[in-house]
Design a binder for this molecule. Sequence first.
Ligand code: IDP
Ligand code: MG
Length: 152
Amino acid sequence: MSVERTFVAIKPDGVERGLIGEIIGRFEKRGLKLVGLKLMKLSPEKAQEHYGEHKGKPFFDGLVSFITSGPIVAMVWEGNGAITLARNVIGATNPNAAAPGSIRGDLAVNIGRNVVHGSDGPESAKREISIFFADSEILPEWPRSIDKWVSE
Ligand code: IDP
Ligand code: MG
């Protein structure tokens, strides 16, 4: 499994509910490495770009107004197979179907308030990281002392 980088965001509901530490802790504890982090408010333009694949769907306008309604925490996490791994930490899109132990399975009940976003593949990870972060805002290589205890 190769080292990947993935985009993760805590949505406004997660921030409002005081879940920033809880959510970041789950990725940290799993062993992923944080290489980018910022608290920000998303513009409608960037929100529409980020969720471009959903344009035209019935929930699109509500999704854009929700994601721009308050601060979000934008992050880049790195690790072996990080994209799929982060999706598994997050859980299924609909919290009703999300496995217990996943973020959505433990902390959310409604598909429109599912507290966290994660890229769904290598292309979207690359695209989404570039929407939210300039290259200079992401750590290039960060040798972490516990790395040898996380991956052999
Ligand atoms: P994902 O976040 O698990 O990748 P997507 O299908 O990419 O799920 O949808 C993006 C986001 O749009 C979801 O996280 C959810 O917040 C919202 N969404 C998706 N489907 C619905 C729906 O049917 N009703 C309301 N919101 C939805
Ligand atoms: Mg998605």
